[in-house]
Design a protein around this ligand. Sequence first.
Ligand code: FPP
Length: 235
Amino acid sequence: MSNIVDFSDVPRHLAFIMDGNGRWARERGLARAVGHRRGARAARNVVEAALKYGIPHITLFAFSTENFNRPASEVSFLMRLCTRSVKKYAKFFMENGIKFLMIGDMDRLPCELQLAINQLCDATSSFTKLTLAVAINYGARAEIANAVKKIVRKRIPESDISWETVADHLYTRELPDPDMVIRTSGEKRLSNFLLMQVAYAELYFVDKYWPDVDEETFVEVLREYAKRNRRMGKL
Ligand code: FPP
């Protein structure tokens, strides 16, 4: 397939629900962990494609709050994989001007992962070429409840509260709203991902499993986005 994309209409922010690592592995008679490792590689493919095609913001949903209900062995494997990925790609982020953001509740994460995230956020905070936000222990409803608590704690008067006030207290305050949400594996749900931020986003459901996502998939996403006619409530 040709990789020509209509650059007159590229999205500013693509948000990916990385789904299907387990099924990818099962269909090949492999352990789920292998699927997750291949999933981390697919995440890297997406970041490289975003750099290549000049997409300035990417969000990846790596671990939902509900994922803590998985067997302890899988939770600890995923935490170690996230820690390893954050540490392993630090150099790549620095060399390519990628700003790293964490979206979610850090408190329940292992100390080593918290430390690695904080170090990478600090080291890359001034970069502007691409912002990569990774959602770990993220849930949209908890995010909104958390924003309300912060607003109440600051005693912001009721008359000063608008959507912008709420948005300023979400984990995503530094990001524009996603233009498109992409979910792999054929599931057609948002699963408590960025619910308020995707109010006007295009939704795109891809049948392939996350580990199979590559540059070609990314180009398909850009093409699909360019085809959509976004009216945002206007005529
Ligand atoms: C969904 O597949 C995938 C996950 C829950 C984990 C994704 C996390 C990574 C790939 C780690 C990447 C880390 C960084 C920092 C980018 P699933 O297990 O729900 O698959 P299934 O629905 O087929 O079982």
